[in-house]
Write a protein that binds this ligand. Structure first.
Ligand SMILES: Nc1nc2c(ncn2[C@@H]2O[C@H](COP(=O)(O)OP(=O)(O)O)[C@@H](O)[C@H]2O)c(=O)[nH]1
Ligand SMILES: [Mg+2]
Length: 459
């Protein structure tokens, strides 16, 4: 069994409890319980124990939660009762809905712990759902992705995986591979008997295997495009002091966040804010202006700006249209032009941009902002190529798909050299296992611990 700490570990069936809602002022709070005998245990601190014990699966019972010792009323609740195996975890369990705020949920939690429940580990409900065969690992990961999604598009993409898009796709690719492997293994037995020997190519369904590799290649390349919706991208506003970076930042964020001033060098540190552009979470970063002179503190700011500019997915280089000379480009040395959008600011003073690839905007009047947002989205889509259908949802999934691809490439290479079937079969098995790890069909305790311990408590 995978040990999490000395007292508690994932993988036992003891009744667990956790507050599932955020800690703060709210109308309602939710406490979840799950585990063998959990409903009976709960009934000991409930005002209507019989009603709870006899409750049918998926029914709601009204009553008061009571203090475990004196029996005083803690709060008025509605308890949704679940019975194994028809529950999220696959065990008996319940959701206790009480009044919001911190006090009620905490007191109920204390009473539960005193009456025999153990505090749930992070992700333990999902872990139990996984180990009881209710969800595979790709769906478990999608739950966390959904909870953490920053935009509606990110949510929709996570929901696709939660509904099984990745599981189905991986299982179907895996089935193809298993049938190819079965064919190879059959011939393996055969060749041993008849001494056919080395003609491995003849026994490998070469074209079929290539098609499987193609499917995995496109899954693997779907990752970069999908990740931007989950993790977002960094967009840095760079340019000379006074070009209007902070003004543009405020305009895009639609808030007066950054100090705007006619004194060059006002922004010495950096400032960030999240916005959503067509469903892509964008972390907008306002920086100190890039210039060669400036005081000691400003110099530190400028160095940071350079580092941020280098790590950003996209750089908006703000030019001051009213003072532009063309020498500003020197500040950009080393930035990949694919990641660069030139913004011709102060177009209210000089409307005509000096070059065609300069996008005219006015950060103070707000003109050209929509066109700028579209240009950002277009550029991001050109770089990351998001895909619509099946896309991988985590680094873990991507690593395993790549591992499977390596096994298959090796299998094809060996077959091309007419190497022994036994060797090829070994590579195919490696690929089948790597795909099995994505769904969790093949897994180790360590891996499961790493995945589920990243979850929220109560999930
Ligand atoms: N006329 C005009 N002035 C602007 C525009 N954008 C910024 N400014 C002015 O330029 C000065 C510097 O702006 P700021 O945003 O602090 O520039 P930063 O140093 O690049 O952050 C301020 O006085 C702004 O009001 C614009 O689009 N039009
Ligand atoms: Mg500034």
């Amino acid at each position: 069994m995978p040990f999490f700490n000395e007292k508690a570990y994932y993988g036992d069936e003891t009744p667990i409890a956790a507050i599932a809602t955020a800690h703060g002022i709210s109308a309602l709070s939710l406490i979840r319980i799950s585990g063998k005998g959990s409903v009976e245990l709960l009934s000991k601190i409930f005002s209507r124990p019989q009603a709870l014990k006899q409750a049918a699966a998926n029914s709601v019972v009204y009553g008061w939660m009571l203090d475990d010792i004196c029996g005083a009323r803690i709060d008025e609740t509605l308890v949704s009762v679940y019975r194994a195996p028809k529950s999220f975890t696959g065990e008996d369990g319940a959701d206790i809905c009480c009044h919001g705020g911190l006090a009620a949920a905490r007191s109920i939690m204390t009473a539960l712990l005193k009456s025999g429940f153990r505090e749930a580990l992070p992700g333990e409900f999902s872990f139990r759902a996984f180990s009881n065969g209710k969800i595979d690992l790709s769906r478990a990961e999608a739950i966390m992705e959904l909870v953490g999604s920053k935009t509606d598009t990110g949510r929709a993409k996570a929901v696709k995986r939660l509904a099984g898009a990745i599981e189905t796709r991986i299982r179907s690719i895996q089935n193809e591979l298993v049938s190819i492997l079965a064919e190879v293994e059959l011939n393996l037995d055969y060749s041993e008997v008849d001494g056919i020997g080395d003609e491995s190519e003849a026994f490998l369904e070469y074209e079929k295997l290539k098609a499987v590799l193609d499917s995995l290649d496109s899954l693997s390349s779907s990752f970069a495009g999908e990740r931007i919706y989950r993790e977002g991208i960094k967009v840095v506003l760079a340019g000379a002091p006074n070009a209007g970076k902070s003004s543009l930042f405020n305009m895009l964020v639609q808030e007066e966040r950054s100090i705007v001033s006619e004194i060059p060098g006002t922004t010495r540190d950096w400032l960030e804010a999240w916005i959503s552009l067509k469903g892509i979470p964008v972390c907008l970063i306002d920086t100190a202006g890039l210039r060669e002179d400036g005081g000691k503190i400003e110099k530190i700011g400028i160095e940071r700006s350079r580092a941020l500019t280098e790590s950003a997915e996209l750089v908006l280089f703000i030019l001051d249209g009213s003072t532009w000379t063309g020498s500003e480009d020197a500040l950009l040395a080393g930035i990949d032009t694919r990641r660069l959008i030139y913004v011709w600011n102060k177009a209210d003073i000089v409307p005509k941009a000096a070059r065609e690839d300069f996008l005219p905007v006015s950060a103070t009047a707000g003109t050209g902002i929509d066109a700028l947002c579209s240009a950002i989205v277009q550029r991001v889509e050109a770089i990351f190529k998001p895909c619509e259908d099946y896309a991988l949802g985590s680094d873990r999934q991507k690593l395993l798909v790549d591992e499977a691809r390596n096994f298959l490439r090796e299998a094809l290479r060996l077959a091309g050299l007419n190497e022994a079937l036994e060797l090829i079969a070994g590579e195919l098995r490696g690929a089948v296992n790597a795909l099995g790890e994505i769904t969790g069909e093949v897994s180790s305790d360590d891996i499961l611990n790493v995945i589920f311990s990243k979850f929220c408590v109560g999930k």
